[in-house]
Design a protein around this ligand. Structure first.
Ligand code: GLN
Length: 382
């Protein structure tokens, strides 16, 4: 059987969600909102199920959704996408990442990745025959340093995978960092696969810049309706990039999932038309939840790292006086009633920092109960 998968455990997000469910623990592990996204969006999808076609949509996605994606990114990121040649609808961002890596990597090509890295990237690079070159980012600011990145590039570099805003850190690439990376990609004839699923989940007035704004002809930008509208189970993603990239991308996509449920595509098309006040409201709500969790934990001596995006905060266990490693503490904390994600799952090798990722996209009571369980776990660990 295929070696990449044979050597691979089940994704820890699934493992932790299952453990939390079995033990009746509060789940601050896998990143999903506790409350489903807006009713009107779900009604739009429900109506589409009853009133519109449920047969195969076009392979690249329904025109109405591709048009909505292009219009949305025009309004929100000042992008000028041609919906018919530069947008493909996928069954979630994970499918888009897989299709992109399969489409762009030739066996033996090198792919530059950044640690901490989302758990799907490395196995998919390897499955595509790529050779990973991993650059490690350092806490607490997770900056993209030119010297380290330049050292990871070679004549064989074809793809660079970035995630901005970055899961699990909740940090974001600056315009300068993106420009520096764009320059290296031009010089080495490389493509950026930019996982931007958290683009709207921002806090503290953070301003997001897409890699597509900086490297228009060599970036495949990946977005997610699930993350934008708190409907993570929908698995509706968007891959956007120059016609030559889209052409090649769609050939991989056509034999992975081929297409995506039409009712959910119609629901997503409706949702993308939401105005700025919707996104502002979502951000304010997320920020309030983050601040609630951070301040409850800080009151008990937990130290958290700065963050300005995603559903996640990171607890610095050592700075919080907890000596057991993050993995051991995550297994310990589940016994006290809370599921969390240790940073080690975002690292290919040893030496991950002892940080714990917590998802704050939850209701107040859940956050409070999760924090209480974590505090009990802390006392039980000292
Ligand atoms: N993106 C989610 C997270 O980071 C996980 C999604 C999944 O489990 N596939 O928690």
């Amino acid at each position: 059987m295929n070696r990449t998968y044979a050597a691979l455990p089940t994704t820890f997000f699934t493992v932790m969600s299952q453990l939390a469910a079995e033990r009746g623990a509060i789940n601050l592990g896998q990143g999903f909102p506790e409350v489903d996204g807006p009713l009107d969006i779900r009604e739009a999808a429900a109506r589409a199920t009853l009133e519109a076609s449920n047969q195969y949509p076009p392979m690249r996605g329904l025109p109405e959704l591709r048009q909505a994606v292009a219009a949305h990114y025009n309004v929100h990121h000042a992008l000028d996408l041609d919906w018919s040649r530069e947008v493909t609808i996928t069954s979630g961002a994970t499918e888009a990442i897989a299709a992109a890596l399969l489409a762009f990597i030739e066996p033996g090509d090198e792919a530059v990745l950044f640690e901490p890295l989302y758990d799907a990237y490395l196995p998919m690079v390897q499955r595509a025959g790529g050779v990973p070159r991993i650059v490690r980012l350092e806490p607490p600011h997770w900056r993209f340093e030119r010297a380290a990145i330049e050292a990871a590039f070679s004549a064989k570099t074809r793809v660079v995978v970035i995630n901005t805003p970055l899961n699990p850190t909740g940090s974001m690439m600056s315009g300068e960092e993106l420009s520096m990376l764009a320059e290296l990609c031009r010089k080495h004839d490389a493509i950026i696969v930019s996982d931007e699923v958290w683009e709207h989940v921002l806090q503290d007035g953070a301003h997001f810049t897409s890699a597509l704004n900086v490297l228009r002809d060599r970036t495949l930008k990946i977005g997610s309706a699930g993350k934008m509208f708190a409907l993570t189970g929908w698995k509706v993603g968007f891959a956007c990039g120059a016609p030559a990239l889209t052409e090649q991308f769609a050939k991989a996509h056509q034999f992975l999932t081929f297409t995506t449920p039409p009712n959910l595509q119609r629901g997503a098309a409706y949702a993308l038309g939401k105005d700025a006040s919707f996104f502002a409201g979502m951000r304010a709500e997320m920020q309030r939840s983050r601040d609630r969790l951070v301040s409850t934990l800080a009151g008990e001596g937990f130290v958290t790292l700065p963050s300005c995006a995603t559903y996640f905060i990171s607890v610095d266990l050592r700075a919080s006086g907890i000596e057991m490693g993050a993995e051991a503490f995550a297994m310990h904390a589940i016994e006290f009633g809370v599921g969390t994600i240790p940073y080690s799952i975002f690292y290919a090798g040893p030496g991950a920092p002892d940080l714990l990722r917590l998802c704050f996209a939850k209701q107040d009571e859940t956050l409070d109960r999760g924090a209480e369980a974590l505090i009990r776990a802390m006392h039980g660990a000292k």
